[in-house]
Design a protein around this ligand. Structure first.
Ligand SMILES: C[S@@+](CC[C@H](N)C(=O)[O-])C[C@H]1O[C@@H](n2cnc3c(N)ncnc32)[C@H](O)[C@@H]1O
Length: 347
């Protein structure tokens, strides 16, 4: 239970982020529109956007509200009891204390979260609460992740094994197990604190999931050609190019022939101002590989690794979930340009 001061801090940060999204971002768009002919693309939008009167507020607020978010969340979770692992779990937790975390993972405080998600047990609690504010309260019940599974991971015929790469504290893994209760579901992550929290929470939900600490871009330790579906949500924009290539290679290795891939992440929308804002978001939010991932031909990379029919489709988190094309509904406010990379391993 949060005390009054913690609640007030969190409410303030949430309100700030909402005003950034629904007031400052539209104001920036309006000022760019009034400044002259529409920019041709995100690179042309950059100097025009940064010359507008509202831009300093827009840019500063994005970074400052993210820093305030972690401070408020750290204060609010400071007294959270240590994670208690269940005595008689249904699933399993396999940690690897000898696993060398890659430099590209530890060199940055991802999302500006002090210490990232891997340094201490407390960081998993901080991330859990912080993720709710990052989604501006729109994913408190994890309906976003449920929509991803119900609209992007449906229709599998009696799968035996499903793998969620970069599972965090498990919110992307639970809906997979609920959708396919008879399948073995494995969540993989680099961060031991997240996996410990995932294991504890998953058991509390009465779900049997196998969690393992491994690098999804090199070797998950999962048996070759054994997996019906590999998913990731919000992982691949955190990977530098060589790691992204390794990720697709590992995915192909573990998939059964005919197995499927559903990767939820971000794509450019074709709206110059929005695409420019997303590029700067990667910089301001300590997500240094995000612009590179969105500029790369990830479908070609997936196919070079051995997948076929690689395509991105748009994802509308407000309910519809997967859309049939790479066209997002027009929205005035800021939103993340969610998209899903789908592909198959040849049968
Ligand atoms: C933004 S979080 C997303 C977590 C979860 N999928 C969700 O949707 O809530 C990204 C996660 O990917 C993990 N991660 C990053 N690089 C990884 C890698 N090479 N192998 C496994 N996990 C990785 C991070 O530790 C983090 O938990």
């Amino acid at each position: 239970m949060l005390d009054h001061a913690a609640r007030a801090d969190l409410d303030f940060v949430l309100a700030w982020r909402r005003r950034w999204a629904d007031t400052l971002y539209p104001a920036l768009n309006e000022q760019v529109a009034e400044a002259g002919p529409p920019p041709a693309d995100r690179k042309a939008a950059a100097p025009i956007a940064s010359a507008q009167p509202v831009y300093p507020w827009f840019a500063w607020s994005e970074r400052a509200s993210q820093k305030a978010l972690w401070r408020a969340v750290s204060d609010a979770t400071a007294d959270t009891p240590a994670i208690v692992l269940p005595a008689a779990p249904q699933g399993a937790l396999t940690l690897n204390p000898d696993l060398a975390l890659p430099d590209w993972y530890t060199d940055w405080d991802i999302h500006v979260q002090p210490g990232g998600v891997w340094r201490a047990d407390a960081s998993a609690h901080v991330y859990e609460l912080g993720a709710k504010l990052v989604m501006m309260g729109g994913n408190d019940d994890y309906a976003f992740h449920t929509s991803f599974v119900t609209t992007c991971c449906n229709g599998l015929d009696a799968p035996t094994r499903l793998v969620d790469l970069g599972c965090g504290f498990g919110k992307s893994t639970w809906p997979l197990k609920r959708a396919y209760p008879d399948a073995e579901v494995i969540g993989v992550d680099l961060a031991a604190p997240c996996l410990r929290l995932a294991h504890s929470k998953t058991e509390g939900l009465g779900l049997a999931v196998q969690y393992r600490q491994a690098d999804a871009t090199t070797d998950t330790g999962i048996e070759a050609s054994s997996v019906d579906l590999v998913t990731s949500t919000m992982l691949i924009h955190e990977l530098p190019r060589p790691a992204l290539e390794g990720y697709f290679a590992e995915m192909v290795r573990i998939l059964k022939p005919g197995g499927r891939v559903a990767v939820l992440d971000f794509q450019y929308t074709g709206d110059p101002v929005r695409d420019h804002a997303v590029t700067e978001h990667g910089v301001r939010n300590n997500e240094p590989f995000m612009p590179g991932m969105m500029s790369a031909d990830t479908c070609a990379m997936a196919e070079a690794a051995g997948l076929v029919n690689a395509r991105w489709v748009a994802f509308d988190e407000r309910g519809a979930g997967r859309l049939d094309s790479k066209a997002w509904p027009v929205r005035r406010e800021w939103h993340f340009p969610w998209a899903v990379l789908e592909a198959e391993k040849p049968a």
